[in-house]
Design a protein around this ligand. Structure first.
Ligand code: GAR
Length: 196
């Protein structure tokens, strides 16, 4: 079985899109893949409650309980590895708002992916929609990419483009982008699973 470990910090709508795609696309039978654990760094993340309601295995690794990034990442890695004895899990960052240490990323290199709400390489980091509007961009979007030690860099697996309309606010643009995220993230993951 190929474990899918999903890391969230908030609403978890991308996680939900992935779980729905896994069900409708029968990833369990086709790729022998299943969600092994949903992990949040925030105990109050809305997505965590949703995952628990679905009967999915959940865990919290609260970053505030650790003295350093290294200590947090070590606990996170342990929480992933517990459900992945063979070291094959696909680690899926779905609105996970922590910067990971190079050591952590290296441990999962090649099988850790992220979705970022901009057309990378434009606007890595935070406040992407506000920055795109302020820069006068005519288009925004989202990128699914492999995770490397450098923040918001790594091979692009999928991108989606949306127009930035007159009068857009960061919130209206974020909502338009999010609907596209829900399409491209499951698609990128399915492609990775199909590739083995
Ligand atoms: C998404 O827009 C995702 O691209 C972004 O957070 C949102 C999470 O929404 N991720 C980042 O900014 C990562 N740096 P969700 O919790 O509803 O999936």
């Amino acid at each position: 079985m190929r474990p899918l470990v999903i890391l969230i910090s908030g609403a978890g709508s991308n996680m939900q899109a992935i779980v729905r795609a896994a069900e409708t696309g029968r990833w369990h039978e086709r790729y022998r893949a299943a969600v092994a654990r949903v992990i949040s760094n925030r105990p109050d993340a809305r997505g965590l409650a949703w995952a628990a309601e679905q009967g999915m295995p959940t865990a919290v690794v609260d970053h505030r309980a650790f003295p350093s990034r290294e200590a947090f990442d070590a606990a996170l890695a342990q929480t992933i590895d517990e459900v992945d004895p063979a070291g094959r899990a696909l680690v899926i960052l779905a609105g996970f708002m922590r910067i990971l240490t190079p050591g952590f990323v290296q441990r999962y290199e090649g099988r850790i992916v992220n979705i970022h709400p901009s057309l990378l390489p434009a606007f890595p980091g935070l406040h992407t929609h506000q920055r795109a509007i302020e820069a006068g961009c005519r288009f925004g979007g989202a990128t699914v990419h492999r995770v490397t030690a450098e923040l918001d860099h790594g091979e692009y697996l999928e991108q989606a483009v949306v127009p930035i309309l007159p009068g857009d606010t960061p919130d209206t643009l974020a909502a338009r982008v999010l609907t596209q995220e829900h399409l491209i993230y499951p698609r990128a993951i399915e492609r990775l699973l199909a590739a083995g």
